[in-house]
Ligand binder design. Structure first.
Ligand SMILES: [Zn+2]
Length: 310
């Protein structure tokens, strides 16, 4: 990926439909509740996502959420995403997602994804995966991420998943309080922790933590910038201008809509390019002219054959 020629880098996009696994309808009620909450049921395939971002000339980080333990539902494979990134290195970067309940087995998978498939970071969703971020259960996984000095994006704040379901679908919002990341940041100081989204109802906790711990970043995904809390814009313009990142949460919000609203949300002109691209270039270790700073091993697995639609 050559950052010079890209308009922006979107650090936060999801793959929510697989072209490899047969569709697993177990737990489909979570999808229907989310469709209702987000007023959308759009779930583009990986090829559609790549084509869209290439047309927009926006680089993107893509991942799934492995929550097999709490939801009982088969995940989308990390390989599907990693191999798409290897096939489209001009525009796409893969992050992995491993359910922390997988313990050491999950840590082995993480190591393999980084070493063999050029995965450049990981995504966690404490509410949907059902774990407290500092739970020792997740430490073998964090050790791998810390060792490779990689970013880890953690969902924070309210979640649309489970919203409106009986008992909130059993999902705990409290696990996504960003202050729970403090012990993780202390024990894994080389892991670059990205607090995803405006962290409402804990926005001030996120800002305080980022001010205090240099390995904490904030991504601005999931909300239109029109609705950002004023203190988030204020700190992004000043003390945190080097650690705030553009993310959309695609397909929930499209990057073109996000960027349009961003123009009018009170960000300083001098800070906008940092948020849209420069900070992500540093976080991801990208180099001007192309290729990542880290040299990745060639793919161990050949690219997928023609996928079957779910
Ligand atoms: Zn997300």
């Amino acid at each position: 990926m050559n950052p010079d020629t890209l308009l922006a880098i979107d650090i936060h996009t999801h793959l929510e439909t697989s072209c490899r696994n047969p569709f697993d309808n177990y737990g489909e009620e979570y999808d229907r509740a989310a469709d209702k909450y987000f007023k959308s049921s759009r779930r583009p395939t990986i090829d559609e996502t790549v084509a869209y971002y290439r047309q927009q000339n926006i680089g993107f980080v893509n991942f799934t959420v492995d929550a097999e333990s709490q939801l009982g539902r088969r995940r989308i494979s990390n390989e599907e995403i990693a191999e798409a990134a290897l096939a489209n290195p001009d525009i796409m970067i893969a992050f992995g997602s491993i359910d922390p309940h997988k313990g050491k087995m999950g840590a082995r998978e993480a190591r393999r994804l980084v070493q063999d498939l050029d995965v450049r970071g990981f995504k966690f969703h404490p509410t949907v995966q059902g774990f407290e971020p500092a739970d020792k259960m997740a430490w073998p996984l964090y050790e791998v991420i810390n060792e490779h000095k990689l970013p880890a994006i953690f969902h924070s704040g309210h979640s649309g998943i489970g919203s409106g379901m009986r008992g909130g679908g059993g999902l705990r919002l409290q696990y996504s309080n960003p202050m729970l990341l403090e012990d993780v940041a202390i024990n894994f100081p080389d892991m670059q922790i990205v607090i995803a989204h405006p962290s409402w109802p804990w926005q001030d906790e996120a800002l305080s933590l980022a001010l205090h711990k240099p390995n904490i970043w904030i991504d601005l995904s999931g909300w239109s910038p029109k609705y950002f809390p004023p203190q988030l814009v204020q700190y992004a313009n000043t003390l945190l201008k080097d650690r705030v990142l553009f993310g959309s949460d695609f397909p929930l919000i499209s990057p073109d809509r996000w960027m349009k609203d961003f123009e009018e949300a009170g960000f300083k002109d001098a800070v906008k390019p940092l948020i849209l691209k420069d900070n992500a270039v540093r976080l991801l270790g990208l180099r001007s002219g192309g290729t990542a700073a880290a040299t990745a091993a060639p793919p161990a697995v050949p690219p997928p054959a023609a996928p079957a639609q779910p």
